[in-house]
Write a new protein. Structure first.
Length: 322
C-alpha cells in the first residue's frame, strides 16, 4: 500500500512595529497527513511559525285541404192541357218549353292556401368551450447569491466574499495587477512572503498543498478554494478571541493562529489577486509535487489600532468549505 503525505501551508503578514520572530515546525507522519504553515513577517524580516489549526333542424310539414261539392239536380218540365170535345179551334202550336237554365254550379272554394311554413328558427350556436384561463406564470425568486463561476478568478472571489459577507464586510473585486504579482511569487516555489513584485504596499496570504500521489491533478481551482475557505477562514476563525471583536488591537500573542482570517475579512480591503502554481516534486517538498497559492490584498489588512472597525463579529451564516 502506497503511503501518501498531504502538506498544506499558509502564511499571513502582520503589520506591526515589531515583528514576531518565531519558527516552529510540527510534522505528523501517517498514511495521510494535513499540515500547513502560517508565516508572519514584517517587510524586510522573515520569522515564521508552523502550526496545525482545526478543521428541483327541423323541417315544417304543410297540408292542403280539398273540399268536394255534389253535381246540381235538373228541374221537371210542365205537361200539356187535356183536349175538349167540341172541335176546338186549331190549337196553337205548342210552345216549346224552354228548359230552365241549369243553375250555375257553386264555385268551388279555392283551396285554403297552405300556411306558409314557419321559418326555421336560426340554429342556436353551440357554446364554444370555455378557454382555460392561462396559468399564472410562476413567481421567479431571485437567487440568494449569483451562481458561482468555474474559472479561477470567480472561485477565488467566491471563497473570499462568502466569508466576508458573514462579517459584514463588502465584496472584494479582482485586482489583476495583484494577481500578476502573486504569480511571480508563486513561481518561485519558495514558501516565504515576497512583497517585492510591484513594490509592495499590499497584504499577503500564502498556502501550500503537497502530495506524494498525483498532486498536479488536484488543480489550481481546488487549491485556491481550499486555501481561502478551509485554511485561512475555517481553520482560523475559532482562534480569534470573541472578546477581542471591537478592540482597536487584539491580543497579538496568537497572531500566527488567526492572522490569515483577519486579513481575509478585513473590511477596509477592496481588491484581491491570487495565483496558484504547481511546483514539481522536490522543488518545495522532497518527493512531493505541490500547489503553492499566493493571494495579495489591497489595501492591506492587519493594521495595528484598526482591528475594531475592520474585523467584525460573524453573523452566523452557513459554513462554506472547498
Amino acid at each position: 500500500m502506497r503511503s501518501s503525505f498531504l502538506l498544506a501551508a499558509s502564511g499571513a503578514i502582520l503589520a506591526l512595529a515589531n515583528p514576531l520572530i518565531q519558527r516552529r515546525r510540527l510534522h505528523t507522519h501517517t498514511e495521510i497527513v494535513m499540515e500547513w504553515v502560517t508565516v508572519t513577517v514584517t517587510d524586510g524580516q522573515e520569522p515564521a511559525t508552523m502550526f496545525r489549526p482545526n478543521k428541483a333542424h327541423f323541417k315544417p310539414s304543410s297540408t292542403l285541404a280539398v273540399i268536394s261539392t255534389p253535381e246540381p239536380t235538373p228541374e221537371a218540365v210542365p205537361s200539356a192541357p187535356p183536349a175538349v170535345s167540341s172541335p176546338p179551334p186549331p190549337p196553337p202550336p205548342e210552345p216549346t218549353p224552354e228548359p230552365a237554365p241549369a243553375p250555375a254550379p257553386a264555385p268551388e272554394p279555392e283551396p285554403a292556401p297552405a300556411p306558409a311554413p314557419a321559418p326555421a328558427p336560426p340554429p342556436v350556436p353551440a357554446p364554444e368551450p370555455a378557454q382555460p384561463a392561462p396559468a399564472p406564470e410562476p413567481v421567479k425568486e431571485a437567487p440568494a447569491t449569483a451562481p458561482a463561476g468555474t474559472d479561477y478568478e470567480s472561485i477565488a472571489l467566491q471563497h473570499h466574499n462568502s466569508h466576508r459577507f458573514n462579517h459584514s464586510a463588502g465584496a472584494l473585486s479582482w485586482g489583476g495587477s495583484y494577481a500578476d504579482y502573486a504569480l511571480t511569487t508563486a513561481k518561485s516555489c519558495k514558501f516565504e512572503h515576497d512583497l517585492t513584485p510591484g513594490g509592495g504596499g499590499y497584504g499577503q496570504n500564502l498556502a501550500m498543498y503537497a502530495s506524494s500521489g498525483d498532486a498536479q491533478s488536484f488543480g489550481a481551482n481546488k487549491a485556491v478554494a481550499q486555501a481561502a475557505s478551509n485554511f485561512w477562514y475555517n481553520g482560523e476563525l475559532a482562534s480569534w478571541p470573541a472578546s477581542d471583536y471591537g478592540k482597536p488591537t487584539p491580543d497579538m500573542s496568537q497572531f500566527h493562529a488567526w492572522g490569515h482570517f483577519s486579513q481575509l475579512v478585513w473590511s477596509g480591503t477592496q481588491q484581491v489577486g491570487c495565483a496558484s502554481y504547481f511546483c514539481p516534486a522536490g522543488t518545495m517538498v522532497a518527493g512531493m509535487g505541490a500547489w503553492f497559492t499566493v493571494c495579495n490584498y489591497f489595501p492591506a489588512g492587519n493594521m495595528g489600532g484598526a482591528y475594531g472597525k475592520n474585523v467584525l463579529p460573524p453573523l452566523g451564516e452557513s459554513t462554506v468549505t472547498a
